[in-house]
Ligand binder design. Sequence first.
Ligand SMILES: Nc1ncnc2c1ncn2[C@@H]1O[C@H](COP(=O)(O)OP(=O)(O)O)[C@@H](O)[C@H]1O
Ligand SMILES: [Mg+2]
Length: 241
Amino acid sequence: MSILQVSALVAGYEPGLSIVKGASMHAAEAEIVVILGPNGAGKSSFIKAIAGLVPISGGQVLLDGRDITMVPAHLKIRQGLAFVPQTENIFPLMTVEENLHVAGGILPRPEVAPRIAEMFDTFPDLARQRALMAGSLSGGQRQMLAVARALIVRPRVLMLDEPSAGLSPKLVEQVFAQLSAIRQAGLTIVLVEQNARAALAIGDRAYVLVEGREAHEGPAKTLWDNPLIAELYLGHRKEAS
Ligand SMILES: Nc1ncnc2c1ncn2[C@@H]1O[C@H](COP(=O)(O)OP(=O)(O)O)[C@@H](O)[C@H]1O
Ligand SMILES: [Mg+2]
């Protein structure tokens, strides 16, 4: 059964102007689902709507069978749906540890410190930099911190909007390796990406979103091998291999 089931979602920023136009997706437990698509296709709007940050005017979001379509964003996280936005996903003027402390604020108080310690076990780089201002971290470490902030409350589903944006190929590899490891631990991941190759390499299934609805769904590995999809939607030619 799907942990996350999104059906015919309609959402937009202004009344009567939908950006997400009936998009559907689902994700099973411990699955990595990749959402690709051209710029402006509505990928960010789609996951922001699922997270409760863009008004929904139609369709349904089920988390573990429960209807959370109209649940406000701050309560969706309490129900197990975490979202890492593309930008402004950390507090740059707080230390690494303070960032985790704030994010863990919805946990019962005695659980916060042990949970921060667990995050430092998972992300040793962050542990070493715990006392540094988050704004002074490298791009990759910032993304790790943003992910740790989301994970600290033990979500069932982690949605990320372009975590590789602005990172060097080496850092992309690190961040994605970390996401793979997190999935091994049983978490479901929904990954919106421009970096199709890296995302499809760690993904199980993928969707291509075009003009606010899904235009293709299939196994991640075969999507990369589909030259039509690559040329039409991903903006690159598949290299000879
Ligand atoms: N905050 C916003 N207010 C109004 N329109 C927006 C906002 N954010 C995005 N849009 C519009 O929604 C459409 C889809 O954008 P977006 O969801 O960011 O696509 P993608 O992430 O696939 O590039 C674009 O036409 C964009 O101009
Ligand atoms: Mg986007």
